[in-house]
Design a protein around this ligand. Structure first.
Ligand code: NAD
Length: 497
């Protein structure tokens, strides 16, 4: 039986005619779970043409009806929550509990999309001039596209297509080639919820497929989430082709620890935020900045991290799973080795990690460094593994200077009992998402996901009100209705009142 997964084009699941396929592997065993096709030029054209046609009728569907589709979809996603999490865990290696969280965070955005009617309300002012009114209307853009990363194969596609489609657009999803089965299942459920043919298309593949979408004249907007170099490429190419682009990219998130903080909370939150999902989260804490005497806690941190045990998704006691691929593991091993060679002190080394019964898994144990400087690769590069680096400074202002000098600005947190210190940090720090005694401050979907600096290229962020603005255009209508008074002659000047 072929393991090739189908693509969704014009409302039908079609086998691809691709000659090239990408292996989707179980990260704990290397078993080939599926083959993702590299969509052909004809398939890409067919998907875009179908999305273009579907947009014309979908935009006319009344807003409450579009919202009801999202209500049905939310219901189905909840009904299939465990099944989706199981599929997701298989192809990503995430623990089952973490996989459920990935799906859940996506469901919350679908709930937000069900509220689309109030999010698409414009503004009105009566009598902007004598007998003249102005109103603004929010209208959809057309064909939008989303390019998603491997690390949240449910949540991130669900950041995109439900909101775009609820707003009246059609959408082409190009999921990560490393875990495309979960996004396919999400799309199947969307069809089951009653989405008309063509409103959502799913194409598979890598760079070539993305580049065709980025440059195609019929695509209006591009949402991207992934690494920094690819994000820059997407933003540059998409905008050069006059498209609206939002590109969420990589990160290096600092947790600042003041000596007055609750030590037990600091350590437990730090362990979870750095090693959860094997550190493969864009909001993972990868740098712990110990201020003053809090550095005494590093030994205890090491002891708690050493307790963590990775394992396959079927192991309920595993703290986290394997890395997504052998290539990803090799990259992290290289950074660990370079860090040691550059003089960082490795307090805990997960390089040799093994998991019984799974000799081929991409395992990496928790790893902890101290004595790291800003010049080292360990600090400069996004590691994307269960690796935490400790830095030590004397004052809160030094910590702020360190965080602000980082080119990234996705998330940060501060742990303290001082309201004044937390207020100073939240105000002065140049990072888009700040947690106060909250390690991973991902906003819920009625806010927006607001990364800054090198972690985001674009103007309007994901989900919430900004997400709706990203997928829509504002039309301003100025109107006047005449009575039968006689016309006084042509008006040749700008009216002053
Ligand atoms: P990636 O950049 O390798 O891939 C992301 C998507 O881009 C995939 O669909 C892939 O097929 C496509 N792609 C890859 N190379 C391409 C190229 N050269 N040209 C065009 N398209 C290309 O990212 P990844 O490894 O899948 O995901 C991990 C990265 O995503 C990390 O850097 C992480 O920080 C980031 N991320 C960021 C956020 C955020 O909100 N800022 C959220 C999740 C993940």
């Amino acid at each position: 039986m072929s393991k090739a997964i189908p693509q969704l084009i014009n409302g039908e699941w079609r086998e691809s005619r691709a000659r090239e396929f990408i292996e989707v592997t179980d990260p704990a065993t290397q078993e080939v779970l599926a083959l993702a096709p590299k969509a052909t030029a004809e398939e890409i054209e067919a998907a875009i043409a179908s999305a273009k046609a579907a947009f014309l009728s979908w935009r006319e569907v009344p807003v409450p009806e579009r919202a009801r589709l999202m209500l049905r979809y939310q219901h189905l996603l909840k009904e299939h929550h465990d099944e989706l999490a199981q599929l997701l865990a298989k192809e990503t290696g995430k623990t089952f509990a973490d996989a459920k969280g990935d799906v859940w965070r996506g469901i919350e955005v679908v709930e937000q999309a069900a509220n689309i009617a109030s999010l698409m309300m414009g503004e009105t002012t009566e009598n902007v001039a004598r007998d003249i009114d102005t109103a603004s209307w929010i209208q959809p853009l057309g064909v939008c596209t989303g390019i998603t990363p491997f690390n949240f194969p449910a949540m991130i596609p669900l950041w995109m297509f439900p909101l775009a489609i609820a707003a009246g657009n059609s959408f082409i999803l190009k999921p990560s080639e490393q875990d495309p089965m979960t996004p396919n299942r999400l799309a199947e459920l969307f069809i089951e919820a009653g989405a008309p043919p063509g409103v959502l298309q799913v194409l598979h593949g890598g760079r070539e497929v993305v580049d065709s979408l980025l440059t195609h004249p019929d695509i209006r907007a591009i949402s991207f989430v992934g690494s920094v170099p690819v994000g820059q490429h997407i933003y540059r190419t998409g905008t050069a082709h006059l498209k609206r682009v939002q590109a969420f990219a990589g990160a290096k998130n600092h947790m600042v620890i003041l000596p007055d903080a609750n030590k037990d909370q600091v350590l437990s939150n730090l362990v979870g935020a750095s090693c959860g999902a094997a550190g493969q989260r864009c909001m993972a804490i990868s740098v712990a900045v110990f201020v003053g005497e809090s550095k005494q806690w590093i030994d205890e941190l090491r002891a708690q991290m050493a307790e963590l045990r990775p394992g396959p998704w079927t192991d309920q006691h595993a703290a986290f799973g394997p890395l997504i691929s052998q290539q990803a593991k090799q990259r992290v091993l290289r950074l660990i080795a370079e860090g040691k060679a550059e003089g960082a002190e490795c307090l805990l080394d997960g390089s040799q990690c093994k998991v019984e019964g799974y000799p081929n898994g991409n395992w990496l144990g928790p790893t902890l460094f101290r004595g790291v400087t800003t010049k080292m690769g360990l600090y400069r590069e996004e590691i994307f593994g269960p690796v935490l680096v400790c830095m030590e400074v004397d004052t809160l202002d030094e910590a702020i200077e360190l965080v602000n000098a980082s080119p990234y600005g996705n998330g940060t947190s501060i742990f303290t009992r001082s309201g004044g210190a937390a207020r100073h940090y939240q105000h002065a720090v140049e990072v888009g998402q700040v947690g106060i005694n909250v390690p991973v401050p991902v906003p819920l979907p009625f806010f927006s996901f607001t990364g800054w600096k090198g972690s985001f290229y674009g103007d309007l962020h994901a989900y919430g009100k900004q997400g709706v603005r990203f997928y829509t255009e504002t039309k301003t209508v100025t109107s006047r209705w005449f009575d039968d008074s006689p016309v006084t002659g042509p008006n040749m000047t700008i009216q002053l009142k």
